[in-house]
Write a protein that binds this ligand. Structure first.
Ligand SMILES: [Zn+2]
Ligand SMILES: [Zn+2]
Length: 291
């Protein structure tokens, strides 16, 4: 597992790599544009090259882009749809330019409308964005399930992947907090194993390409997306240790999005995640021995 954090790229793309190094990250995640504004950041080729150079000179192995939260691929509003599509295409192009493992996307929201129709609309936009870009993968993230957000269950994610054409560039990002909020008890080894068996049966493990590790401030199945600082939420240190040591997550980038640096992950948070992973691995070895 490549453990890391969401980092700011304020001051230029290479600054994100520096912040990753400061936090001892093996993986980083960035927004490719300001998370509150539609205006896409247009990077020049030399910005992208600078980022790639910074990456190859650093111990950071993997970078993810998170598409901004303004996007709603399932919208019924024409203008919103066009803006969403343009922004998503731009994210995928930047992703290709910086050598990202993938662009992580919240699939969209049906608001109060019909869910199967919303899935169809979202699928169409995603398909179009993939057709208008090359190379970079797109990871649909599972959601907590509030407010008609799509992707709250593996069935919904499977339907979204199918609606988006089911191509090879489509993957999934699983978030520990969202899984827990949408009713998957990933705190225990058995609960997590069952969850992944279900994922494999419904979607296929080969689609699992990235992870977010966040603790949850709210209880199992509450459908709300409230991150907690690692170890201080409902998953707790023990639950996070289970998640971080899952053997089927072994090769994946796994980023923290919440922490002690004004809400964002600090070096201490990344260090704790690594410590918990070691602890989780030791617990798994003990269980194996005693069996
Ligand atoms: Zn996300
Ligand atoms: Zn979240």
């Amino acid at each position: 597992m490549l453990i890391g954090a969401h980092v700011s790229n304020a001051g230029g793309l290479p600054r994100a790599v520096e912040r990753g190094v400061e936090r001892d990250c093996q993986a980083i995640q960035i927004f490719n544009q300001s998370p509150r504004m539609w205006r896409p950041t247009d990077y020049a080729e030399h910005d992208l090259a600078e980022f790639r150079d910074a990456m190859s000179a650093s111990p950071v192995d993997s970078v993810l882009i998170h598409a901004v939260y303004l996007l709603n691929c399932a919208t019924e509003d024409r203008d919103m749809r066009d803006k969403t599509l343009a922004s998503l295409i731009q994210s995928l192009r930047v992703g290709a330019g910086i050598g990202a493992v993938g662009v992580v996307l919240h699939p969209g929201s049906a608001k109060k409308g019909d869910v199967p129709k919303a899935i169809k609309r979202a699928g169409k936009v995603i398909k179009e964005a993939l057709a208008e870009s090359e190379r970079c993968d797109l990871h649909l993230e599972d959601t907590a399930g509030a407010g008609g957000t799509l992707g709250r269950s593996f069935e919904e994610l499977a339907a979204l992947l199918e609606a988006a054409g089911g191509g090879k560039r489509l993957g999934v990002c699983l978030d520990s907090c969202h899984l827990f909020a949408s009713g998957y008890d990933v705190r225990t080894r058995d609960g997590l194993a069952d969850t992944l068996d279900e994922f494999d049966g419904t979607i296929g493990l080969e689609r699992l390409r990235s992870l977010h590790v966040n603790d949850s401030a709210v209880s199992l199945g509450s459908s709300r997306d409230r991150h907690a600082i690692m170890g201080e939420g409902e998953l707790g240190e023990k639950g996070c240790a289970v998640f971080l040591s899952e053997p089927r997550f072994e090769k994946l980038p796994c980023v923290l999005e919440t922490g002690r640096d004004g809400g964002a992950p600090a070096a201490d948070d990344v260090a704790l995640a690594k410590k918990l992973r070691t602890r989780g691995n030791a617990a798994r070895r003990r269980v194996k021995k005693s069996r």
